[in-house]
Design a protein around this ligand. Structure first.
Ligand code: ADP
Ligand code: MG
Length: 383
């Protein structure tokens, strides 16, 4: 049993959560940058990184205040180590390392998708063996889990993620970013008037969404050339059915083949109301248990990282303090029994930098911009 403070900064949300004994979510603060990125029609990595630097200490302070805890009452610091945007991940990792080093508490580097998967554990008991369909802006994967923290990828997208396809279709239809939630809503008034291909309808458990994405782009061009008007509701309806039918079909087929006891959904697209309905129906028909993550933790948040961190804490899956950004990592390597290889040289450099900065903080010397994140984080501590 432990109280875990977690940081998530892999994309455009700066988030900190505090979870006690895997049950009590004492704080769950998310600072979204969406208003800024919406101006550009998608996430701008450099801007995201800068905003994380500005926000991290504010969100950290707010989380500790909300939980009525001091940093010394935290048992471990969990942080998203990847996959994600390098500049964004870097900010969370620097902050987490600063806290871990200052408090001398374990550091737990969490794979972002492991976090999405264990969002389910915030509301449901997970029954193994299970199968998780991970559907987000950057991922579309079928992950078989024989037991806790055991991951085997049995299917993946060969090109685009399904969330990426939603956002692209949103852009083609001139909808605000991100397209997913709006397409979900609009499709309820739509009809199947556009014919779109069912992507990668084969015997494998893999997916492909770039063909469907291109079909939508071509359709929009054709309509424009004929000076007709694109019916956005109908496009949303047709696109959703083409994209989601295959996800449900392949997941159900794999669930039977692997004889799992439970199916789980994870990631931003699992907030989709049609996908949730389709799975509820299919699971009922096949008499198999289904776990849907609650809507508040489908998209990126730190509560899910805290839950994954709590489970990893039980297995003492700690990272060495030279943990660095891992922009693309294989989830299978995150299984229990895996090793987090350290880099002693990198760590020596970091430790020197850290003690120098603690001294600067003590003397209130704040002029070194390069170390902004460590400084911001140190300022949340009673030094
Ligand atoms: P990642 O971590 O891979 O960046 P997230 O887990 O944060 O992605 O999910 C973001 C994605 O989820 C976006 O592509 C967004 O369009 C999609 N999304 C969010 N809500 C819905 C919804 N209701 N229906 C479909 N897609 C959605
Ligand atoms: Mg995510």
């Amino acid at each position: 049993m432990a109280t875990i403070l977690s940081i998530e900064s892999s994309c455009d949300e700066t988030a900190v959560a505090i979870l006690k004994d895997k049950k009590e979510l004492l704080a769950n603060i998310v600072s979204s940058q969406i208003d800024t990125h919406q101006l550009y029609g998608g996430v701008v990595p450099e801007l995201a990184s800068r905003l994380h630097v500005q926000n991290i200490s504010i969100v950290l302070k707010e989380a500790l205040a909300k939980a009525h805890l001091s940093i010394d009452e935290i048992d471990a610091i969990a942080v998203t180590k990847g996959p994600g945007l390098v500049g964004s991940l870097h900010v969370g990792i620097q902050a987490a390392k600063t806290l871990a080093l200052y408090t001398q508490k374990p550091l737990i580097g969490v794979h972002h998708i492991v976090g999405h998967i264990y969002a389910n554990a915030l509301v449901n008991e997970i029954v193994y063996p299970c199968l998780c369909l991970v559907v987000s802006g950057g991922h579309t994967e079928l992950v078989y889990m024989e037991d806790e923290m055991q991951f085997k990828v049995i299917g993946t997208t060969l090109d685009d993620a399904v969330g990426e396809a939603y956002d692209k279709v949103g852009r083609v239809a001139h909808l605000p970013y991100p397209g997913g939630p709006i397409i979900d809503r609009l499709s309820k008034q739509g009809k199947p008037n556009y014919s779109l291909p069912k992507p990668m309808d084969d015997e494998s458990y893999h997916f492909s969404f770039s063909g469907l994405k291109s079909a939508v782009i071509n359709l929009a061009h054709r309509i424009e050339q004929r000076h007709e008007t694109l019916n956005v509701e109908d496009l949303a309806y047709s696109f959703q059915h083409a994209a989601l039918d295959i996800l449900v079909e392949k997941t159900m087929r794999a669930a039977k083949a692997y004889q799992v006891k439970q199916i789980m959904l994870a990631g931003g697209v699992s907030a989709n109301s049609l996908l949730r309905e389709m799975f509820q129906e299919a699971a009922k028909k096949e008499n198999i248990s289904l776990s849907l993550p609650p809507l508040w933790c489908c998209t990126d948040n730190a509560a899910m990282i805290a839950m994954a961190g709590s489970i990893m804490y039980d297995y003492q899956m700690f990272s060495s303090l030279d943990l660095s950004v891992k922009p693309g990592i294989d989830i299978e390597l995150e299984s229990r029994g895996g090793i987090d290889h350290g880099d002693q040289r990198a760590w020596n450099i970091w430790e020197k930098k850290f003690s120098y900065l603690v001294n600067c903080q003590k003397q209130r010397v704040f002029k070194i911009r390069r170390f902004a994140v460590i400084f911001h984080t140190l300022q949340t501590l009673p030094i």
